[in-house]
Ligand binder design. Structure first.
Ligand SMILES: [Zn+2]
Length: 316
């Protein structure tokens, strides 16, 4: 998008923001999504939407003060249910005050004077991994995040497919994964097997000991059969979710991120075994890869949304 020629000019940049329950991450990217600089600030979740957006934009201002640049657009990824078309938060968890209903993109656009876009954080994660991460140039991808909960998102025909309610690909809370009680009030959801909270709870039920998911992974690495069984159940559950998605959408690839996915050596073998046991009718195995962007995926993915949307406008 820059003018040709060797003279020095102000670089055109995009910003990406990840507003999480405790931390807000901000990245400043070049037009090809290389990260120029990034920062993290605490999320003032109890202080309301206006304060949360102000904290993010103050952090962005500090980044931009270091590098003269022309901001072309900004993307925001946020937890909860969001309306990606109107840029509003629809449903937020109890830890956020005055966030549900907040008009995020309008507030940001009024402050910065550039186009702003809002995505659910799992959708932004998948945008990031397809734009700059583990699944670049893959047109049919299921993305899953294994954190406190289990999130999912779909990338079909080279673009995000979020559905009419923004919830396409949300595999964490569909039934058919056993009979355990889920944090949402339902039963038998994938989240009861594969989230950080579930790993802790399932291990606790077996042993009477409450460890973090990371410590359960450590115990499994040391040969603890209960810890190994908990991760095997998680891996098998993930494989089932992948197979269901492959049967419905013919995805070729699944990318998995989030804190629990750091125990890849424990999750991958049971996943691959379960996938191999039930090959899709296409005859093509789904490739499963670990996410590579780490905690930056949501912010980079949010920036990639801004680049895509603004790019469409400026190419006209
Ligand atoms: Zn549930």
């Amino acid at each position: 998008m820059s003018a040709a020629g060797g003279r020095t000019e102000t670089p055109e940049v995009f910003a990406g923001v990840d507003i999480g329950g405790t931390t807000t991450q901000v990245v400043l990217c070049t037009a090809d999504l290389a990260v120029i600089d990034s920062t993290e600030v605490p999320t003032p979740a109890s202080a309301g939407g206006q304060a949360m957006v102000r904290a993010a934009l103050d952090a962005l201002g500090a980044l931009r003060a270091k590098v003269p640049s022309r901001l072309l657009g900004i993307g925001i990824g946020a937890a909860g249910v969001v309306d990606s078309r109107t840029g509003r938060i629809l449903v937020a968890s109890d830890s956020f005050n005055s966030w549900a209903g907040f008009a995020v993109t309008r507030t940001v656009e009024e402050t910065l004077g550039v186009p702003a876009f809002l995505d659910n954080d799992v959708n932004a994660f998948l945008r990031g991994e397809t734009a700059k991460g583990a699944v670049v140039d893959e047109p049919y991808v299921l993305g899953m995040t294994l954190g406190t909960g289990v999130g999912g998102a779909l990338w079909l025909n080279g673009e995000l497919f979020d559905g009419p309610h923004g919830a396409a690909g949300e595999l964490g809370h569909i039934p058919g994964f056993g009979d355990l009680h889920c944090t949402c009030g339902g039963r038998g959801h994938l989240e009861t097997l594969a989230s950080g909270r579930a790993i802790r709870a399932r291990y606790g039920e077996r042993t009477g000991r409450l460890l973090t998911a990371r410590d359960v992974a450590g115990a499994a690495a040391d040969g603890d059969p209960d810890a190994i069984a908990v991760y095997e159940a998680a891996g098998a559950g993930l494989a089932r979710a992948i197979l269901l998605t492959a049967g419905l959408t013919d995805i070729t690839t699944c990318v998995i991120g989030g804190g629990v996915s750091r125990a890849w050596d424990l999750l991958q073998p049971p996943m691959l075994a379960a996938l191999a046991a039930e090959p899709p009718v296409s005859g093509h195995q789904v490739k499963v890869v670990q996410a590579v962007l780490g905690s930056g995926a949501v912010a980079i993915g949010a920036a990639s949304r801004a680049r895509t949307e603004v790019g469409v406008v400026t190419r006209v």
